[in-house]
Write a protein that binds this ligand. Structure first.
Ligand code: HEM
Length: 431
């Protein structure tokens, strides 16, 4: 068995290439080695990056007992805790995922629409006009508020402060380096300390909710998980931290990228403001295509596996590259150009548009995230009349924990409407 071709340089250089600019780096590797590439990232099993939709389909529809995603996410264990759905595999994962899915069902999302719109309108009303605004910081505040209210069902300031401290730590570049090269012990020690206060306050919240006679009538996701399943407190806490970690920064970053892209594409911004729902949806999809907030997903092989003409040994990681799949000329002509119209002309394909991964591991919060993006962008488009970039050139990417964020935090200059905004249009269900 031999691994597919890939760079032969020192592993540390490959790690730096991946961590610093995964998009351009992996495109260069594709130009040189093709659609199946071996990459060596420090402290990890060899990665086999996959950039062809056929290979991605094979992995996403493959046997979850052979393709372990939970093990591939092990780097997140100190942060998420051992019971997190993101870290489980096989039967245990499917059971836990089944318990968590119902509250995220598409039809349920409408329940959060009014609340999200209201939070977004309040947030946008506080944006300064005529000066550079680092949108990622603002969208982070926004998505945290949404998670606090829609998922945790609380407005507890102490919890918000403790979460902010945790997220601030997780977002530091040094924390990513610690996670990648630091080893298990160091990570468990550090994250254990950083999570302690959040855990304490979540335990308090769960105890209060258990004692609440109105529990069965509440529609936040924590209450639904409590009334609909028999998860114990420790599991509930790990899953809440998982939903927070998986859903907060990702959606905030996607929104910041949408604003960064729109500020440089006035025609797209003007069309978005006309209020057409299909176009709003296309803007969200095109943003997630061109600037996927997570560049790749990982599956650890538990048995030998044939893919792309290679016989891979157990122990290797197969890694569908979201970025490579999204920048294929044959699927997306002029792939580096931001053009939302392409999603009006052709629907997003299951294996060609994969910002949320796929198969039995597909993002649990994908529907929630897309609704949230649409509601928030609609509220922004209703309130902001002019959107200009605050830096001369398109922003590059920077790694923040697991996400790829705009280098200058999606810096734009806004002008708000002075007359009251017309009532934001409801965003329909659907894609
Ligand atoms: C734009 C926003 C988001 C993006 C781009 C995103 C992306 C992803 C990706 C790529 C995965 C891994 C899928 C795989 O391995 O195939 C994932 C998993 C997951 N996401 Fe998201 N996500 C987003 C928002 C959310 C939200 C809002 C939540 C919940 C509130 C959430 C909860 C989860 C969970 C629980 C998993 C683990 C699923 C499993 O292992 O079965 N995500 N997400």
């Amino acid at each position: 068995m031999s691994l597919p071709p890939g760079p032969s340089g020192p592993h540390i250089l490959q790690t730096m290439g991946w961590l610093s600019r995964p998009g351009p780096y992996s495109r260069r590797l594709r130009a040189r080695y093709g659609d199946v590439i071996t990459l060596h990232v420090e402290q990890h099993a060899p990665w086999v990056l996959l950039g062809h939709p056929d290979h991605v389909k094979q992995v996403f529809t493959g046997d979850p007992n052979v393709l372990h995603a939970g093990e591939g996410n092990a780097i997140l264990k100190p942060l998420l805790g051992p019971r997190s759905v993101l870290l489980l595999d096989g039967k245990e994962h499917l059971q836990q995922r089944k318990l968590m899915l119902p509250p995220f069902h598409g039809e349920r999302m409408q329940a959060y629409g009014d609340m999200i719109r209201e939070i977004a309108r309040e947030e946008v009303a506080s944006w300064p006009t005529g000066e550079p605004l680092p949108t990622r910081l603002r969208t982070q505040a926004l998505t945290l508020e949404i998670i606090m209210r829609a998922i945790f069902g609380t407005r507890d300031e102490r919890l918000r402060d403790a979460i902010n401290t945790l997220l601030e730590f997780v977002g530091r570049p040094s924390s990513l380096v610690l996670a990648v090269v630091g080893g298990k012990r160091a990570n468990h020690y550090v994250y254990g300390r950083v999570r302690a206060e959040v855990d304490r306050l979540l335990a308090e919240l769960i105890a209060a909710r258990r004692a609440d006679p109105e529990l069965d009538h509440k529609d936040d996701i924590l209450s639904l998980l409590m009334s609909g399943t028999d998860m114990d407190d420790a599991t509930l806490i790990d899953e809440l931290v998982t939903l927070l970690a998986a859903g907060h920064e990702t959606t905030a970053t996607a929104l910041a990228w949408a604003l960064e892209r729109l500020s440089r594409h006035p025609a797209a911004w003007a069309r978005l403001r006309e209020g057409e729902d299909d176009y709003l949806d296309a803007v969200c999809k095109e943003t997630l295509r061109l600037r996927p907030v997570i560049p790749a997903v990982i599956r650890m092989l538990k048995a030998p596996y044939e893919i792309g003409g290679y016989e891979l040994p157990a122990g290797v990681a197969v890694v569908p590259s979201i970025h490579l799949v999204h920048t294929r000329e044959d699927t997306y002509p002029d792939p580096l150009v931001f053009r939302p119209e392409r999603f009006l002309e052709q629907p997003a394909g299951t294996y060609t548009w994969i910002p949320f991964g796929g198969g039995v591991r597909r993002c649990l919060g994908a529907t929630f995230a897309l609704f949230e993006m649409r509601w928030v962008l609609r509220a922004i488009a209703d309130a902001v009349v002019d959107l200009q970039p605050a830096t001369p050139r398109s922003e590059g990417t920077k790694h923040r924990s697991i996400t790829l964020a705009p280098q200058a935090d999606g810096r734009v200059i806004v002008a708000r409407r002075t007359t009251p905004a017309r009532r934001a249009q409801p965003v329909p269900t659907g894609r």
